[in-house]
Design a protein. Structure first.
Length: 77
């Protein structure tokens, strides 16, 4: 997990407990969890938007290609 070992995680936990205190630790953890969840949701939503945009671009290009082919066929007929 991010290249952190057990010792590093314990040191970070001790520092967090010193800074925020044991009483506020659940609140800090909850806020951190909510923040990470919202970040992941935002990343996933933006990925979906990009994919939808790509699909629309491909569909528009295909429509143009089909129209051009139809025009060429009409000219040949």
């Amino acid at each position: 997990m991010f290249g952190l070992g057990t010792q590093e995680l314990l040191i970070i936990l001790v520092l967090v407990m010193i800074i925020f205190g044991a009483g506020k630790l659940p609140q800090v953890g909850s806020a951190l969890g909510k923040g990470l969840r919202n970040f992941k949701k935002g990343v996933n939503d933006s990925d979906e938007d990009i994919e939808e945009g790509d699909i629309e671009d491909v569909a528009d290009r295909k429509k143009k290609e089909i129209k051009e082919e139809e025009k060429e066929q009409d000219k040949q007929s």
